[in-house]
Design a protein around this ligand. Sequence first.
Ligand code: S3P
Length: 752
Amino acid sequence: MSENSATSKPIVNRLVVIGLGLIGSSLAKAARELGFAQQVVGISRRQSTLEIALQAGVIDRAEASLADVASELTTGDLVVIGVPTLTVAQVLKDCRDLLAADVSITDVASVKGSVVAAAKSLYGQMPPQLVPGHPIAGSEKSGVTAANSKLFAEHRIILTPNQNTGQQHLDLVTQLWTATGAIVSNMDVREHDEILAATSHLPHFLAYSLVDTLAAMGDNREIFRYAAGGFRDFTRIAASDPVMWRDIALANRESILTILDQVMDNFKEMRSAIEAGDQDYLMATFTRARDARNHFGKILESKALQTGIQSAMTEKTINYVVSPGGNAQADLRVPGDKSMSHRSIMLGSLAEGMTEVTGFLEGEDSLATLQSFRDMGVQIEGPDQGRVVIHGVGLQGLKAPSKPLYLGNSGTSIRLLSGLLAGQSFDTELTGDESLSGRPMGRVADPLREMGAQIETAEGGRPPLKIKGGQTLKAIDYSMPMASAQVKSCVLLAGLYAQGTTSVVEPAPTRDHTERMLRGFGYQVSSQGSKASLSGGGSLNATRIDVPADISSAAFFMVAAAIVPGSDIMLRHVGVNPTRVGVINILRQMGTSIELSNQTEVGGEPVADIRVRYAPLQGIDIPEDQVPLAIDEFPVLFVAAACAQGTTVLTGAEELRVKESDRIQSMADGLITLGIDAQPTADGIKIVGGQLGSGEVQSHDDHRIAMAFTIAALRSSGTIVVREANNVATSFPDFVGLARQIGLNIELTQSQ
Ligand code: S3P
């Protein structure tokens, strides 16, 4: 056992670190300080390095070569190859010749393909004892004198095991890195090298190249004197270790060349645009880049992600700890309507001319739609306090995106876009987060295929969707098997590109924002009873759109007022389209006092102020015709039912099972945890009103479940902990701020 503080149980017997550079010596130091190795052996060819390492307490024992310790090593011992990338092969050869097969081996090289190739050629195949690894941590300082035992804390370590890798070796290496405070994940070798080429290697080469270019210019001292903030920030990494970066450039040649070519093409285009004074190109490129940077900024700022890899996996989970009570008195305006915000970007992009949108919802879902159109070459300014200006490109003006369109959590984005993209001349691929990747897309793929579209889905009709461009679409008369505005909108949007008149018949009325907004853009759409139709081949004219507040977000505060005695909440400028007012009808039927005032029409959509006051709530049988009109409001309506006198029964709502989560199950589980008698059924739920208690509920990453249980705390007897509330930002970015205005006491906590 090392003399230094042994704070945790040893994970490995002997930790042998070959190469005492920054990474190797930092790992050795961490192992000694935290006591997770019985003995830390440092190996270096340089005597002076070994002496410094011993003196500085980085290692327990110093050796000049692996041969000096190899025969002592057995199961539970770990050899870490910490030498520069191109030297790994040489050390691996020693490992093959000297180490028993039960000794674990890992490395820390920044490129993994070359390590795996060297191992395969030396051993004939990947040896089970080798777990290739890459700690994404570093500094511009190098060598043993810079050893820092905290270097890996909250940084990512990527391991690239394959099917040959022995589980005991993988476990050991994983435990070791975890003990340093790092976040360990596994990845495919090729994927690792491609991602790192783009996010880490390329920026280093750009920085080296820029400094070198300026350094070569005449009296460079003069130039550097004037090179201030931007230059300093951009070139910080050009102070890194040249040997390491030479090795990386050579070891990851293929991936680096691919990304360098892309950047050089981009540079060439930018050069021509500057030469030609092409303002549009420059604006579009800079705006796109700025917005992408802002989008990832949040993620990049988090310490765990100083890794150069943007990945939602590493985002921390946000939980709400909500104390009971609150007054439910307020005058509020909730954010813009999500459905209309999506459609404003889609139609504005496809219109001729400039569309100005105000009241746009700056939530992650609608921003995902916005980013997709930027990815397809549309210049979009903003959003800036809800104002967005879209430079429409016309129905035929979209450009092929260079990568799959990522739609996050948003079902509306993926389903509506699939209709639009089925009619383009180029191929596209649509992907999303874990929740979206589990949602059914056959409902849009089926009618689109009938129209002649070529769409591939993953197993079970799930995303990703691969849409083949250049197909001729023909109009269809489609009878929807389910009441879905997303499916209706998808088919109608494909109909814009089809020959003939496309019509959709719905089994029950669903939100009609697509039809209304298309008319606002001057496109003829006929609605007769349950049938909406349009003919392909027209064009859209840019317009102004004022997006009203989202009734689905207002619903949380309507229910807040409905469950708190003495409450009085005014909600301003809310969209009250008749296809969206189920929540008003249901709450009124349960006894709540709801008054509408200032009723007007804005851009073809009815809008009103809604005042909600408490009156005792009664359980009801919810009329099935209200289900599609309140489809997104059920999570919070279930909270109203839990606070009502008697039983509330919902039927005909099987669609709730395929929303962002299975909302019937998620709500039933949470309500039961809080002591309410809630019985889920195949197409609904039965809830017996009672006293809400306290407890920890899972939102299953579903924004509306998280918000519904937050509102429940107004009437709970104890604290409600809502797990996984990150996705509240998809539809209601400042929910917590507004909830605090009605007296809710919400504390935000983070967990891994
Ligand atoms: C939406 C339609 C609804 C709704 C979703 C938004 C839309 O989905 O749940 O939040 O904007 O068209 P379905 O049409 O699948 O019911």
